[in-house]
Write a protein that binds this ligand. Structure first.
Ligand code: CA
Length: 224
């Protein structure tokens, strides 16, 4: 059972690694949000212990990006902040549970065990537009029986559009969901990714599932 700990405080990270290893987990540690997100994308973890205040990307951002990419790994958010508002915000970005520091190791281990158990039974919805399908649980995509390989970002962009069928989705909404709200690069990035996705899901099949609505955004035609 492999667990990812994303925590920048070396002392806490080391003690989590020791404690969890002692009870039989295999533990990977990342000390900032960017490395943590990278590891979470590369490996299948039974759960992630995610600190809120991290260099690089915050815990909220890491969690929101994983969820936008259809990654449903159970996340236990660790934070020094304590208050109902923060808890709501944490759960809002897709964290499954929340533990305020300083925490008791016994409580942490019990909550982690419960999360891992629930994670195995988690349901997730397969999104569809006609015969195009996207399965977040298996991180798979296809058209009919043909499988289509997407990169994590392409997957996230398509997930964002497919979850709002027949609705015009502004490029900025896609940026918020896939790149996070503080993305300051070229907003044209969305167009670049949509083109790449179209080359995989539409053009080879002679279809037009993703439509550009000039000056407004993009729309998935649920029956195209
Ligand atoms: Ca921290």
């Amino acid at each position: 059972m492999r667990i990812l700990v994303i925590e920048d405080e070396e002392r806490i990270a080391a003690s989590l690694r020791r404690g969890l290893t002692a009870v039989g987990y295999t533990v990977d540690v990342a000390h900032d949000g960017i490395d943590g997100l990278h590891l979470a994308r590369e490996h299948r973890y039974a759960a992630i212990l995610l600190d809120l205040m991290l260099p690089g990307l915050s815990g909220y951002q890491v969690c929101a990006r994983l969820r936008a990419e259809g990654n449903n790994v159970p996340v236990l958010m660790l934070t020094a902040k304590n208050g109902e508002y923060d808890e709501a915000e944490g759960l809002d970005t897709g964290a499954d549970d929340y533990l305020a520091k300083p925490f008791s190791y016994v409580v942490l281990e019990a909550r982690l065990r419960a999360l891992v158990r629930r994670g195995g039974a988690r349901l997730s919805t397969v999104l569809q537009a006609d015969d195009l399908w996207l399965d977040p649980a298996r991180r798979a995509c296809g058209r009919g029986t043909d499988r289509i390989a997407l990169t994590p970002k392409e997957f996230a962009v398509l997930h964002c559009l497919l979850s709002r069928p027949d609705e015009v989705v502004p490029a900025l909404d896609v940026i918020d969901e896939v790149w996070s709200a503080d993305y300051t690069g070229d907003p044209n990035i969305v167009h670049v990714y949509i083109s790449a996705v179209r080359k995989k899901i539409d053009i080879p099949f002679g279809r037009n599932t993703i439509e550009t609505v000039r000056g407004a955004g993009y729309r998935v035609n649920a029956r195209a």
